[in-house]
Design a binder for this molecule. Structure first.
Ligand code: NAD
Ligand code: GLY
Length: 369
């Protein structure tokens, strides 16, 4: 069964399709968006070697020629050099503004190809075909595109909405377990931030999602995308409510910055630890109960995700250094810390002017030096 979810943004509205066999139908689904029979497909080496032939054949059946732009896998590709490489190859292909870029990969490829599409000849359309769980439930939807600077992650970016998102669940069959778990952290995030029933559903069905049982997986991905579409429709450029999607990200980004954005700590793993910390910090501030904080952490731990500083490579961390990363985050304004905190499971809110000292003391109580 294919589910269609609309991200309603007026003339820039688009559909996210969730289901099986969507890559095999890519020609038929993408055809109406193509003015000429060609697309440049940005992918990474791993995804391209596993799934590139299938996408190429599906598009060829509809008379669409694929020009692959294959990049190295990993966060380091989401860089200024990576952007220069992709845009140069787009220029060499002589793509014009009526053509289409296809981002075929995880969040790294989606963010980089999306940003390249945003700036190539002042903007060209693109389609997202996300191939990780994280990209399907989060990064491919909502139009945030970016690359990293040596001064921090996602610091240079643009809002550029895709024209279509194809979340083909079949492609997740080849995703390594660890990447699946990392994506699951973002799935739990939706329950924790705004949907207690979904959180409870995950407590009962999370193992099925992680085991890629088709019904559980499809239900989970669709529920996340529905919530994200609703939030993005209301607040496309993160003037307010969209920031709730950053639950766990302030602590998480600080941990990623300390561990060096490599394979030691995946983004989703950092977000898992960050969410558990955000709930415990909320409990420490008297905002939610300690029981809620334990239940949030237990749900993440059941998926094999880290829920505390001592489970993150690099422990023990320096609390002052972690706080410094937080104050440098692009979401920090005039030195004051903004956090997504929680009143209960499924009820997160944006907390401005959070006291830096309280955060540092909390981190020390959590095992930082
Ligand atoms: P990723 O793109 O690096 O993919 C993870 C790994 O899985 C890579 O090695 C990749 O080659 C491999 N892979 C991808 N699909 C596969 C498949 N089907 N089978 C086998 N291997 C596969 O990482 P990610 O977790 O997808 O994305 C993380 C990135 O997303 C970060 O840069 C983060 O900042 C960004 N992000 C962006 C948003 C947004 O709103 N734009 C939201 C969340 C995260
Ligand atoms: N991943 C957060 C957002 O899309 O806003």
């Amino acid at each position: 069964m294919t589910r269609a979810i609309t991200v309603g943004l007026g003339p820039r509205s688009y559909k996210v399709l969730v289901g099986e066999g969507l890559i095999a139908r890519a020609g038929e689904l993408m055809g109406p968006l193509l003015k000429r029979g060609r697309t440049a497909v940005v992918s990474d080496e791993t995804v391209w070697s596993l799934h590139g032939a299938k996408l190429t054949e599906a598009l060829a059946r509809a008379g669409v020629t694929v020009s692959p732009i294959v990049v190295a896998p990993g966060e380091q590709t989401k860089s200024f050099e990576g952007l220069a490489d992709v845009t140069d190859r787009l220029l060499a292909l002589e793509l014009d503004r009526g053509d289409l870029v296809t981002a075929f990969g995880g969040g790294v490829v989606g963010d980089l190809a999306g940003f390249a599409a945003a700036v190539y000849k002042r903007g060209i359309d693109f389609v997202q075909i996300p191939t990780t769980l994280l990209a399907q439930v989060d990064s491919s939807v909502g139009g945030k595109t970016a690359f990293d600077s040596s001064r921090g992650k996602n610091l240079i970016g643009a809002f550029h909405q895709p024209r279509l998102v194809l979340a083909d669940l079949d492609v997740l069959a080849t995703l390594p377990e660890r990447e699946m778990r990392a994506g699951y952290a973002e799935v739990v995030k939706y329950g924790l931030l705004g949907d207690f029933r979904f959180f409870e559903w995950l407590e009962a069905n999370g193992a099925g999602v992680l085991a890629r049982e088709p019904e559980a997986l499809s239900e989970a991905v669709a529920r996340c995308i529905r919530m994200k579409a609703e939030i993005v429709t209301e607040d496309e450029t993160e003037q307010g409510r969209r920031a709730l999607l950053n639950l766990g990200h302030t602590f998480g980004h600080a941990l990623e910055a300390e561990t060096g954005y490599g394979g030691a700590l995946l983004h989703g793993e950092a977000v898992a630890a960050g969410q558990a910390l955000a709930f415990r910090f909320s409990a420490a501030q008297g905002l939610c109960t300690a029981l809620d904080a334990r239940r949030a952490a237990a749900s993440l731990a059941a998926a094999g995700l880290p829920t505390g500083l001592s489970e993150v490579p690099g422990h023990p961390f320096d609390a002052a250094r972690l706080v410094r990363h937080m104050t440098q985050d692009k979401k920090a304004q005039a030195g004051a810390l903004t956090f997504i905190l929680a009143r209960s499971l499924g009820d997160a809110f944006i907390a401005k002017n959070v006291d830096v000292r309280a955060v540092r003391e909390f981190l020390q109580a959590e095992g930082a030096t």
